[in-house]
Every structure is written in C-alpha cells, then in structure tokens.
Design a protein around this ligand. Sequence first.
Ligand SMILES: *[C@@H]1O[C@H](CO)[C@@H](O)[C@H](O)[C@H]1NC(C)=O
Ligand SMILES: *[C@@H]1O[C@H](CO)[C@@H](O)[C@H](O)[C@H]1NC(C)=O
Ligand SMILES: *[C@@H]1O[C@H](CO)[C@@H](O)[C@H](O)[C@H]1NC(C)=O
Ligand SMILES: *[C@@H]1O[C@H](CO)[C@@H](O)[C@H](O)[C@H]1NC(C)=O
Length: 354
Amino acid sequence: MLFWRRLIHVTFTGLLPRFLLLDQHMQSRIILLITQVSDVVLTTQSLCHAENGLSPKQILFCQRHLDIMPFIRFGTNLALEECRTQFKNRHWNCSLFYEQKQIENILDSGTKESAYVHAITAAGIAYAITKACSTGRLASCGCDMSLQSKSDGTTKWSGCSDNVLFGSEIARKFVNLRERPMKNKTSLLNIHNNQAGIKTVQSEVDRQCKCHGVSGSCEFKTCWRSLRPFHRIGNQLKEKYDDAIEVRLHHSKNKLRLIARNSPYESQTKSDLVYLNQSPNYCERNVTYGSFGTYGRLCNRSSRAIDGCELLCCNRGYQSQIVTYRDKCNCRFTFCCTITCQECIQTKEISRCL
Ligand SMILES: *[C@@H]1O[C@H](CO)[C@@H](O)[C@H](O)[C@H]1NC(C)=O
Ligand SMILES: *[C@@H]1O[C@H](CO)[C@@H](O)[C@H](O)[C@H]1NC(C)=O
Ligand SMILES: *[C@@H]1O[C@H](CO)[C@@H](O)[C@H](O)[C@H]1NC(C)=O
Ligand SMILES: *[C@@H]1O[C@H](CO)[C@@H](O)[C@H](O)[C@H]1NC(C)=O
C-alpha cells in the first residue's frame, strides 16, 4: 500500500534518486526537496495503479488529486527512511518485501510493527503536505493565517504558519481509504494507528520568531508556528512503539470497539499505538509473517546491547572478518579553494550473523 512497493522499485531504478538523499537532520534539505517535488507531477499519472499498492478507492483519489500525489509519495518516502533509521539495530529493521501480498502480510498483521508503519506513514504524508502548503507548492492550500488575530503590541503573528490541519486531513483521508472497517477488524486497528501518527505530528509544532528592533534587541517580534524536524516525530513514535498497548475487540451495542486487554488498569488514548497480535519471532525467516530473519545481518562484536552479535543473531553465532577498503585520507586544504586527499587502504573488522 501507499507506494511502499513503488518506493522499493524507485530505489533500484533511480527514477527519483533525490527522494532518497534524505538525512534525518537536514530539515532545510527537506524543505528544499519539497519545493522540487512538483516537477515530477507528470509521472504521477502512471502511479495511479493497483500494482503500486493502491486500493481501488486510493486509485480514484490519485486520479482526482494528481497535484497532491507527489507529496504523498514524498511523505511515504520520508516515513520509510525514518523507520529504517529508527529500527536499524533491531531484529525487525523495517525492511519490507517486494511482493505486494507479502507487504500486506506485515501491514495487516495487527502487530506493533504494523502499528508503527501505519503511524509513521500517516505522519510522513501529513508532514509532506503541510510543508508543501507552506512553501506554496499546492494551489489548494497555503499558510495558516488564523493566528494573525493574536498579534499584540510587541508580537506580530504574520509569518507563514504551517497549516497542519489541512495536511492532517488529507493524510487521514488518503491512508484510511485503504481500510474497510465494516469488513475487516484489522482495519479498526489500522485506522486507530493512522490517527495516532497524525496526532503526533500535530503535537510537534513549535513557535518560531524573528526579532526586530534597535541593534538586535528583541523589542518587536514576528512569529509563526512551524513543525519540528521529522526525526522528532519518528522518535516520539518509536517511544510509543515501545509502550504500545495490547487491545482486544469488544462488541457493545452493535458496535465494535478496541479496548485494552489490561483494562481497567490500562487504557489507550487516541495518540497511543495499539496492537492485537503478538509479533512473530523476527530471528527466523518467516515470509508469511513478514519476517526476514537476522541471518547475514551486520552486528557489533563488542556491544552488549541489541546491536551486539549475541542479541542480534539470537545466539546462533556470527562470523567476523577483516575487510580492506579504500578511503580518502590526509586531506589538505590548498589556497584557494580546493581540498586534496590521498587514497589510503584501511582495514576494519565486520561481523555478520550466521
Ligand atoms: C482482513 O485482514 C487480514 C489480515 O491481513 C486478512 O488475512 C483477511 O483476509 C482480511 N479479511 C477480509 C474479509 O478482507
Ligand atoms: C511462521 O510463523 C508461524 C507463527 O509463529 C508458524 O506457525 C509457522 O510455522 C512459521 N512458518 C515457518 C515457515 O517457519
Ligand atoms: C535489514 O535486514 C535485512 C534482512 O536481514 C537485510 O537484508 C537488510 O540489509 C537490512 N537493512 C539494513 C538497512 O540494515
Ligand atoms: C560497537 O559497540 C561498542 C560498545 O557499545 C561501541 O563503543 C562502538 O562504537 C560500536 N561500533 C560501531 C561500529 O557501532
């Protein structure tokens, strides 16, 4: 769903390589990328197909909103990169299979991992659309100007505030189009977790101001509200993943609801991640359950934490080898303005799980 599959292909065909250059700390880069997104709008039409993982209703949405689709794809990409960074050293490292059916195995598994993927994807899409609005890339939205009325003698709310509500609304609509809560109980769970991702974006808004006044004094300020870097949203959701709440389905008055298994001692809020099923054992390969296993994974021989070989390799053992590689070294700045380096042969030890 949501181009997960398409994205994996993109990685290999290099269709949109700049989407993949994201660095978690490069907020300004994200904005820059957002401003470049629209020039790929022409290729969007070919994306409105089931083979890219879209549901029938999402295909209709795609055809009607060709202008928004590049940002939806961008947001999905942002989410995927963030997920991979967050889970780099875990048994489940956010890798997804190529086959649509197998991607769905994990998306609809009702596990904590599925909860995270839904939440981060919805968040990524809401984020991308919001930034697209603020940078004037979408005709249907702009900055949120509703704060202007809050201006007073020293503070003017006249900067471009991120229009988080608009971005959230589109993201929620798009991701939920895949779900059929009347038909499938897992959908109830997915809708909840989508919403949790969006709530997390909405909570990560910060006030930013620019000072004006005599020689840098802050006598007068122009302020606006801005989303924090996406990496922070990824961190928040990772914490929610670690604290995810196990729920069960409960029929009451002809309505199906999710209630915490541990209720009344525990109950979920709208921004918590919830799951129905225990995770599979990600140590072993099990395609039906969306697990790659950890065979062949790189591990750290001297670490006792989860990235260490004992834990990551699930006590199966590991193999270490010394590898040599070429690297730049002895770099010197020469006036003006080049940097010249030599090439050195370096060695390091790498270990992989058996
Ligand atoms: C509901 O989702 C589960 C989990 O993916 C799937 O196995 C099942 O076929 C779906 N049921 C319906 C009625 O679509
Ligand atoms: C995959 O995991 C399920 C649930 O743990 C188990 O029943 C099944 O046998 C596993 N399949 C393989 C091929 O290991
Ligand atoms: C994640 O794990 C899979 C399967 O073990 C591996 O092929 C892949 O390279 C890993 N990805 C990263 C980013 O480490
Ligand atoms: C491996 O783990 C050790 C101990 O935690 C740490 O000091 C070192 O930086 C790690 N190495 C890599 C390559 O991450």
